[in-house]
Design a protein around this ligand. Sequence first.
Ligand SMILES: Nc1ncnc2c1ncn2[C@@H]1O[C@H](COP(=O)(O)OP(=O)(O)O)[C@@H](O)[C@H]1O
Ligand SMILES: CC(C)(COP(=O)(O)O)[C@@H](O)C(=O)NCCC(=O)O
Length: 406
Amino acid sequence: MDKSKEDKKSCENSKTQKEKCENVIKCNEINHQNESDYSNNDEKCDHLSAQLPVPAIGVDVGGTLTKLVYFEPNDEDEPASEVEARVLKNIRRYLTKNSAYGKTGHRDIHLQMDNVEIHNKKGTLHFIRFPTAEMGSFLQLAKSKGMAKLLTTVCATGGGAFKFEEEFKREVNIRLKKFDELDALIKGILYADTQCKTECYYYENASDISLSQKARFDFSQPYPFILVNIGSGVSILAVRGANDYKRISGTSLGGGTFLGLCSLLTGCTTFEEAIQLATKGDHTKVDKLVRDIYGGDYERFGLPGSLVASSFGQMNSKERRVSVTREDLANATLVTITNNIGLIARMCAVNEKIDKVVFVGNFLRVNPISMKLLAFAMDYWSDHTLKALFLEHEGYFGCLGTILLT
Ligand SMILES: Nc1ncnc2c1ncn2[C@@H]1O[C@H](COP(=O)(O)OP(=O)(O)O)[C@@H](O)[C@H]1O
Ligand SMILES: CC(C)(COP(=O)(O)O)[C@@H](O)C(=O)NCCC(=O)O
């Protein structure tokens, strides 16, 4: 798609999103009483408790991507000085008028949330991402745009809030007000769902992938639910209330594994390219299926012939290796990682006796193959008792959570 068409599409999406979100429902789920005071350990930042920093920016510095949310209030508070007013205006203009920042930063315009309320202020939430590996360039950009002059503190979560803390201080004299990533994630999810009626969806006809289609899910009574965050690695939580959750499992075979293996096997250079290749490929050329072993179904234990018996199981044969394409390898990598996550998620749901399984994280970005597979896996292997749910703001809940927890 050429750039102008892409921008136009983004704007249309943004308009739809605006319409969808216009009817703001006040967030009843977010209570500020028993919430984590993780950040209060940071004495330097105590003065910021329970107020929105100006400008309100939250970052989630993950293993692969840094996610940033900027809350643009409808009515800006009276700035303390003329200089402050000018810098604030510059930041606002820079963040909200561009959709690309430097070489690798992107604003997801289609996810923008208009007319939302945070800490009694109405405004717009803008969502931006860039590779964590580009943190140095981001800090230089923040310096050059004068942000560092005005921003003294940024709400931050993710492992990088720890890893880059010193660098933020040294390079731009910004302090990070740190929040735990799982606290922030849950806060962000519950908030987004109350603000945007179309946030949560599932796949109708999940048992037939060729027919499955996105449909809205009413997530207004969310508890209990299993939360599967598929980022670089995978964290799995059982959530029973706004402040009642535990991390029950995880796996190192996550989105980072998919991208790493896919890069090795196909030479692809971006996540988008990996997904495009996977979309055109056929994993059955790479995997060994039950029917490749049994000649059909393994009836006694209800294993259909089409089931993957052994991921990449055909690749020990030289003839097979020379006949597979990059696309097949990308598809097989995606299916392998996704099925493994689905299996672990399902076992967690069964153990915890919870029937809703919510999948989030940027691994699901532009990745309907995995979402449909997860929806299928939950439905099929549970005899229709488990439901896979997905959320539109996929990877942005952690950064959003930080400004809510402030
Ligand atoms: N533009 C992108 N660049 C790199 N990885 C991406 C991109 N979009 C989606 N992904 C996928 O999302 C994963 C990172 O997800 P995310 O939720 O941001 O986790 P983290 O917090 O660990 O960075 C990557 O491992 C990759 O599978
Ligand atoms: C360490 C992490 C919480 C970091 O989060 P991420 O940046 O991957 O979103 C996550 O990668 C994880 O839970 N990994 C799996 C560890 C395990 O349980 O084996």
